[in-house]
Write a new protein. Structure first.
Length: 138
C-alpha cells in the first residue's frame, strides 16, 4: 500500500498526489520527462493511456521509457497510472452520491471488476468498504 500521511511538505509543485508517497512525488519532479508524463497522465485520466502514448510524450521508445520511469521514479508506469485513477475515484467517493460502478467508469476503468481489484491493491479495501468507512467516520 502506498498511502502517505505526511504529504504536505510545504514546497510548490505542479504535480500532486495524495496516495503516492512523498519521495515518489519528489522524484517525478526531479526528472523533467517523468514530470511531463505525470502532468499529461493527470490531464487525461479517464482516457486509456498506454505505455506507448506516454513514451511519445517523453520522446522515448516504449521499452526505454518503461525502464526509465521505473528506475527514476521507483514504481512502474502502469502502477503509477493505476494509483492516480484510484486517487480520482477516492475523491469522487468522498464527495459524491454516485454509484461506485459509475465512479469506476469516470476514473478510466472499462470493467468494474478491474476497478475493484485495482482499488483493493492500492488502498487495501474494496470501494464499498472504503465508502462505508468514510461514512462511518463522519
Amino acid at each position: 500500500m502506498i498511502l502517505s500521511n505526511s504529504f504536505n511538505a510545504g514546497w510548490e509543485r505542479p504535480f500532486r498526489s495524495l496516495l503516492l508517497e512523498e519521495p515518489i512525488v519528489r522524484r517525478v519532479h526531479y526528472y523533467p520527462r517523468a514530470l511531463r508524463v505525470a502532468m499529461y497522465v493527470q490531464s487525461r485520466l479517464p482516457d486509456q493511456i498506454g505505455l506507448s502514448e506516454a513514451a511519445k510524450v517523453a520522446e522515448m521508445a516504449p521499452t526505454a521509457f518503461s525502464r526509465y520511469f521505473s528506475d527514476k521514479v521507483g514504481i512502474s508506469f502502469t502502477f503509477f497510472v493505476k494509483t492516480l485513477r484510484i486517487e480520482r475515484a477516492i475523491e469522487s467517493i468522498e464527495c459524491s452520491d454516485c454509484t461506485i460502478r459509475s465512479l469506476s467508469e469516470s476514473s478510466g476503468y472499462t470493467s468494474f471488476c478491474s476497478f475493484s481489484r485495482a482499488f483493493r491493491e492500492v488502498v487495501g479495501m474494496t470501494p464499498s468498504e472504503y465508502r462505508r468507512s468514510t461514512l462511518a467516520s463522519e
